[in-house]
Design a protein around this ligand. Sequence first.
Ligand code: FE2
Length: 443
Amino acid sequence: MAYVVGAIATSHTPTIGFAFDNDKASDPVWAPIFAAYKPIQRWLADKRPDVLLFIHNDHVTSFFFDHYSAFSLGIGASWAVADEGGGARDLPPVPGHPDLARHIGTVLMSEEFDMSFFQHRALDHGCFSPLSMMVPHESATAGAPDKAAWPVAVIPLQIGVLQFPIPTARRCFKLGRALRLAIESYPGDLRVAIVATGGLSHQVHGERAGFNNPEWDAEFMDLFESAPERLVEMTHAEYATRGGMEGSEVIMWLVMRGAMAPRMRRLHRTYYLPSMTGIATAIYEDDELAVTPADVERARKDSTHQLAGIENLPGTYPFDFVRSVKAYRLNDFLHRLVEPAHRQAFLDAPEPLFDAFGLTQEERDLVRRRDWRGMIHYGVIFFMLEKLGAVIGVSNLHIYAAMRGQTLEEFQKTRNAPNALYSVTGQKGARNEWDTQPDNGHA
Ligand code: FE2
């Protein structure tokens, strides 16, 4: 089973990545930052985690207000470094761990945390600023292609702390407990370190910009170790009062605290306030059992309960993480048919568009042959098929019949209204020869 080797807490200020990229180790202003991460580098080299479960927030880089979510787990295979304006840092993508992420996501949902899930989103300084200082790695441009660019995989857990309302400190702590059950119930043999990022005190907006409170930062780190129940009771306003508005992101640390044993041991702790944000680092290990084997077993059982027996339904393919990750490229290609320019390009010349989206030969062939059943087997979700149908003038009923291996006429005989044909197209002109009656089926 997966095993939690311990936890790291770290600020994620852009200054950490800046100091690293500009080789400021011998500059007295930046040297304390480098010194703070030395014990973390040694600890990671000693513990050799396979995966870092990286709790962080995005800074309106890859997660915008068109759809803002509280708890977002990254289930993808790779994580690129984001361009935050002015170009991305010279860092290679860090590998994800889709299999462990799939399991963690499933358990968190069965533990009744309504997660969101993402892939193909670049990660900003919330992740890469401390990561680049913590772990040895190649540069993106100089890295030898046959060498692993990073020695560890990352599963990002992105927490929406910027658009209120945001999760309470208590909810973060509870998520941590479920997270521990999720990690430890994974059947594979993996070593996992939990990394909590954010803070400490800072405010970067408004007339209060530049606010710091080192006394509170020290008290926060004391309470974090020995009395986290005091921290989970605090409101967002109390965090902002004592640690600055943006400093209230330290509630993300409580996810890690909830995942650790009630009694934990501190191996390392530093604090340095060079400019706008108190930069903290720490290492913790459990000092007692965090979760019982019985709790882990109960969580594992519960996580399979909802879909138990689904495999007995013939011709049924639940759209799960495995299918979502595998078929992302093709689903994305078909999803973009909702954009007029993309669908026109597809109708005019599909082959160059296949090239532009890097579809595999198998994926192109499925689309070329309008292999509706094959696409479902491959991992395309049905709602992409009906979009493709709407674009090329095929009704939903044609698609249903083809998936069943029947002619349209055979399938229509099984319907109460055998003449009903429809599609999701909103334009009459896009209907095809099947639409012989003006209002046929468009009730
Ligand atoms: Fe942040």
